[in-house]
Design a protein around this ligand. Structure first.
Ligand code: SF4
Length: 239
């Protein structure tokens, strides 16, 4: 069974190589990390366990199909850490029915079924998260992806995060790399939650800093993106 925190969509992917692509999200419950700026703690912390559902592959696809009017779609498997779940049967059954699958993980757990994904986005957490990376586990995820199109995606809040992203990219120079401006809404600023306009302004300020920084640094291989869904919907759930 798969522990599911929420299923929603169709909406658009807000990050990475598939930005703007219509997708349904299957967010699994449970995570082996506790990032300082996590924006989905309801899919991480055990106190939310009662909100999570145990579903088999058939039930997950039935719910996604209900949302899409029966049409196959790109399914984004997110979390929490979806690599904690047994998702091979869901991927296989979905492929038989025309669905495609992208999975996003911090690359702390590798699975042999990664190779059956259509896309694998590895998002190692930088120093600002408060977590530390085990590079051997990260490398094992890259290896397990054999066959899946793989990309590296790193959230950037500050200079240390930027340097971390460069180190991660240098380990696997063949992987496309996406720098994603960190969401300033998390953790909530000491002076209180940001309004939609404040959030957009801070996000854009950070984005300009990151673009200028990468340009001055001559790092032209990286694609630099803001989180599209945060710009459009703020911190609202379901997008
Ligand atoms: Fe949250 Fe992702 Fe960090 Fe888990 S890895 S705590 S889901 S940001």
């Amino acid at each position: 069974m798969i522990r599911v925190s929420e299923i929603f969509g169709p909406t658009v992917q807000g990050e990475g190589p598939l930005i703007g692509k219509p997708t349904a999200f299957v967010r699994t419950g449970g995570c082996d990390y506790r990032c300082s700026w996590c924006d989905t703690l309801y899919a991480v912390l055990p106190e939310h366990k009662d909100e999570w559902r145990a579903m088999d592959a058939e039930a997950v696809l039935a719910e996604v199909s209900e949302l899409t009017g029966g049409r196959p779609i790109l399914v984004t498997l997110s979390g929490g850490n979806p690599a904690m779940q047994k998702l091979g049967p869901l991927i296989d059954l979905g492929h038989e029915r025309g669905f495609t699958f992208a999975l996003e993980t911090q690359a702390s757990i590798s699975r042999d079924w990664f190779a059956r994904l259509d896309w694998l986005f590895l998002s190692p957490k930088p120093p600002s998260s408060g977590e530390s990376i085990d590079w051997d586990k990260f490398d094992a995820c890259v290896e397990a992806a054999d066959g899946a199109r793989t990309a590296l995606k790193v959230a950037i809040f500050d200079e240390a995060d930027y340097q971390f992203a460069k180190a991660a990219a240098a380990r696997h120079p063949d992987l496309p790399v996406y720098l994603q401006v960190g969401n300033p809404a998390y953790p909530e600023p000491a002076d209180g939650a940001l309004s939609g306009a404040e959030l957009q302004a801070r996000l854009m300020e950070q984005y300009r800093w990151l673009v200028d920084h990468a340009a001055e640094d001559g790092w032209y291989q990286a694609t630099i993106l803001p989180q599209l869904h945060v710009l459009v919907w703020g911190t609202e759930r379901g997008h």
